[in-house]
Design a protein around this ligand. Structure first.
Ligand code: ZN
Length: 375
């Protein structure tokens, strides 16, 4: 879900994405605001109601962005890069590229969001106090004060991956010094909260006949459940890979091809053996890496007349790792560079290849053998 969205711009160099669901929710918010204002202030014209509804929704989503930027600012303060911010149907997500180094850092990064929302709520409340009752700015400020306070409070629920869950995890992490176990506990509570919200939503929708609130809660609960499961799976992966180095997961049988091979012949070779990557050698010397993905960049009719050397990644540009690099950091590099394999190099020779598949196989094997234990 994280990567599906439309980029709307950058703030402090962080790309801001808007998830497609956001447009639906924006329309829904505006519609219900117009409806709500209309029943409370029947003296306002349709045009006034519409513009106030639009402005309020925009300021609300601005508030969500401010919340996410606050997390990002604290993360950056600790030199943790923020890859992107995505606005979702009920809030946002700041994609922080790595886990914080300490429980204290995590606590402050997580707390920054709800604190900023409470600050906004306070600001709008003051604006409401300063404007006359029944005026348009007053209606807007009152609604935004309440909604920002609600947003902060909802985010403080102690289940992962909500801010409250992160705060909760950082506290257990600080006490037990056990990062994975803290995440597991917080993710379990997150799942319990998600099921609770869905049950409450179902009750409202089908028993109390408040279907609007009910379906909203079911949707939120479902989203939380998915997110909690994902973060749990991520921790399981980290647990399985802890202590392993590139040399432990690499494949050392390295198929090679000559640089003069045509792409036509290469395609045959790859489909015959099922291998997706080959080292390209010349006089026994490594000159690059050829991958079947590179075939797609060359038009089919040019394959017989194009050599592997023309399509390969050259030795200088080859992403590589040392055998002693921890697998977790290898995986992180593969994710952020969006690549599927790294050559393992010692001195001047390639000793193996680490692929996402080879890492995944280790995770699966270790999970089946019960290596994902209490740490
Ligand atoms: Zn937050």
């Amino acid at each position: 879900m994280r990567r599906t969205g439309i980029k709307i711009g950058r703030v402090f160099g962080i790309p801001i994405f808007v998830h497609l669901s956001w447009f639906l929710i924006f329309a829904y918010f505006t519609y219900s605001l117009v409806h709500e204002y209309g029943s409370r202030y029947p003296q306002w014209s349709t045009r006034q109601l519409l513009s106030l509804g639009l402005l309020t929704s925009m300021l609300f989503f601005g508030s969500v962005l401010f919340h996410e930027l606050s997390h990002s600012a604290v993360a950056r303060h600790y030199r943790i890069p923020v890859a992107s911010i995505t606005l979702f149907f009920f809030g946002g997500i700041a994609s922080i590229t790595r886990d914080p180094d300490s429980a204290g850092q995590e606590f402050l990064i997580a707390a920054a969001g709800p604190v900023s929302s409470y600050v906004l709520a306070g600001g709008f409340w003051l604006l409401g106090r300063a404007t006359p009752d029944g005026s348009m700015p007053n209606a807007l400020a009152t609604w935004l004060a309440g909604t920002n306070a609600l947003l902060a409070t909802f985010n403080l629920l102690p289940g992962f991956p909500l801010d409250g869950g992160r705060i909760f995890r950082s506290i257990i992490w600080g006490i037990t010094k056990n990062y994975s176990r803290s995440t597991r506990i917080a993710a379990r509570i997150g799942q319990a909260i998600a099921y609770g919200m869905m049950a409450l939503g179902a009750y409202w929708a089908f028993v109390a006949h408040s279907s609007g609130n009910g379906f909203w809660f079911i949707l939120l609960g479902w989203f939380l459940l998915t997110a909690a499961r994902q973060s749990y799976a991520q921790v399981a992966t980290q647990g399985a890979l802890r202590g392993l180095r590139a040399a432990d997961v690499m494949t050392s049988e390295m198929p090679t091809v000559g640089r003069d091979l045509s792409l036509e012949e290469y395609a045959h070779e790859a489909s015959r053996t099922g291998r997706r990557a080959h080292l390209v050698v010349s006089d026994g010397r490594l000159i690059g890496l050829m991958r079947i993905e590179a075939l797609q960049a060359v038009p089919r009719q040019d394959w017989p007349s194009t050599s592997v050397q023309a399509a390969m990644i050259s030795r200088e540009q080859l992403p590589w790792t040392a055998p002693e690099e921890p697998v977790l950091s290898v995986l992180e590099r593969m994710r952020s560079a969006n690549i599927d394999q790294l050559a393992v190099i010692t001195g001047d020779s390639v000793v193996g290849l680490v692929t996402r598949d080879s890492i995944l196989r280790v995770v699966q094997a270790r999970s089946e053998l019960g290596h994902v234990t209490g740490n």
